[in-house]
Design a protein around this ligand. Structure first.
Ligand code: NAP
Length: 263
């Protein structure tokens, strides 16, 4: 059976862990040649080798998405390796410890840089190649934090508040950037969509335990039981990246087990 990304070249930022790792595997199983981009070389090589071991095609390219020069050369390297770019999954990101008004300047800057600047730099570098593709697709990584608020009760549940204010702001910016780029992409048949996960079990979200650091907050608000897993997000990202979603752009899909009240 043909793969849903046969013949496509896909960049997955943050492809060496969590949601990015699961998506890189799924993309490769669906026939894509995958360029994994992230900072930790050992983890990048591990995922690259695992995909190749399954018979897929993947190359790890070290890249810090907050460094615009590094982004430009990583995208150039992906194009030199695989001949173009058809799909970009802007997944790299993280939050910070500390809640407003005590969030430190460094934490604020770092969260804005990786989530928001990284998404901007990467999309800009990939854009001419997506135009050349003729059917380019970007999938951005937001968070349910972009569209929900919280009460004092919710804030107190986890014992560490909620994600940092910078995270709420950066992810809301990614929502807006998605809609903006969708508007710019139409004339080139570039589709730009976005996912908004909730409670997903990943190394970044569990802090070395079995449960999400904000489990108590999510459990109090979710419609469905239990956490989600990286594959739950990867399946939706694949849909958005593939021609199954050829008539969708500017959409943002919540993958959160159902949050009853959103903006
Ligand atoms: P994760 O396992 O920690 O993955 C984060 C990835 O981002 C890693 O591969 C990391 O690799 C990469 N990264 C971080 N900073 C980077 C930088 N400056 N340049 C390049 N890559 C960088 O956590 P995850 O939960 O899968 O997170 C993936 C995305 O999902 C993030 O954007 C996160 O905000 C979003 N998200 C997660 C959840 C959740 O509950 N898990 C919910 C909503 C949204 P290196 O450290 O090697 O660079």
């Amino acid at each position: 059976m043909p793969g849903r990304l046969d013949g496509k070249v896909a960049i997955v930022t943050g492809g060496n862990s969590g949601i990015g790792e699961a998506t890189a595997h799924l993309f490769a199983r669906e026939g894509a040649k995958v360029a994994l981009m992230a900072r930790r070389e050992g983890e990048g090589a591990r995922v690259q080798d695992a995909i190749r071991g399954e018979g897929g095609e993947a190359t790890y390219i070290q890249c810090d998405v907050t460094d615009r020069g590094a982004v430009d050369s990583a995208v150039a390297k992906a194009v030199a390796t695989y001949g173009g770019v058809d799909v970009l999954f802007n997944n790299a990101g993280h939050g910070a410890r500390g809640n407003f008004p005590d969030e430190e300047d460094d934490a604020w800057d770092s969260v804005i840089q990786v989530n928001l600047n990284g998404t901007f730099y990467m999309s800009r570098a990939a854009w001419p190649h997506l135009i050349e593709s003729g059917s380019g697709a970007i999938v951005n990584m937001s968070s349910i934090a972009a569209v929900i608020g919280f009460s004092k009760n919710m804030y107190d549940l986890s014992g560490r508040g909620v994600p940092s204010s910078s995270y709420y702001v950066a992810k809301a910016g990614i929502d807006a950037f998605t809609r903006y780029c969708a508007g710019r992409g139409g004339e080139h048949n570039i589709r730009v969509n976005c996912v908004r996960p909730g409670q997903i079990i990943t190394p970044g979200a569990t802090g070395g335990t079995d449960t999400h650091v904000f489990k108590a907050v999510f459990d109090a608000t979710q419609i469905l039981d239990g956490p989600g897993y990286p594959e739950d997000v990867a399946n939706v990202v694949l849909f958005l990246a593939s021609s199954d979603a050829r008539f969708l752009t500017g959409e943002i899909i919540n993958i959160d087990g159902g949050t009853p009240r959103k903006l």
